[in-house]
Write a protein that binds this ligand. Structure first.
Ligand code: 5GP
Ligand code: ZN
Length: 113
């Protein structure tokens, strides 16, 4: 399933470019266009679901695959240590409503909201 106006569905479909770092059957990882840490890679399902809880309900195997891919990215880029963030809802900073985790590290990560 995909939605025609979803930017990450367009990346999955190859309709807009992205710098891919890992791709599996069900998951794609690509560099954030506006990185907020030296390592800032987005790990997204190829299927469109709006957030992490929906992914857990509807495509749990793919959510698990996303976690494995996040680890692969971090193994390659930051010694396997990283923060994995799933923003949920606009008030929490979600701007793209297609499930994705932010794999971040490579600098001092703060915890300021
Ligand atoms: P959210 O705020 O929804 O948790 O994360 C969305 C992320 O997607 C943001 O960090 C933003 O910089 C990134 N982003 C938005 N549009 C694009 C795009 O077209 N390409 C890439 N690579 N990243 C994008
Ligand atoms: Zn989508």
């Amino acid at each position: 399933m995909s939605t025609t106006d979803c930017i990450f569905c367009k990346i999955v479909a190859g309709e807009i470019p992205a710098t891919k770092v890992v791709e599996t059957e069900n998951v794609i990882a690509f560099r954030d266009i506006a990185p907020k840490a030296p390592v800032h890679v987005l790990v997204a399902s190829k299927t469109h679901v709006p957030n992490v809880a929906a992914a857990a309900r509807e495509i749990p195997e793919v959510l698990a695959e996303m976690a494995v891919v996040a680890q692969q990215v971090a193994d390659a880029e930051c010694d396997g240590e990283y923060r994995l963030i799933f923003n949920t809802g606009a008030a929490a900073g979600q701007t793209v409503f297609h499930v994705h985790g932010h794999v971040m590290n490579g600098g001092a990560l703060g915890w300021d909201a």
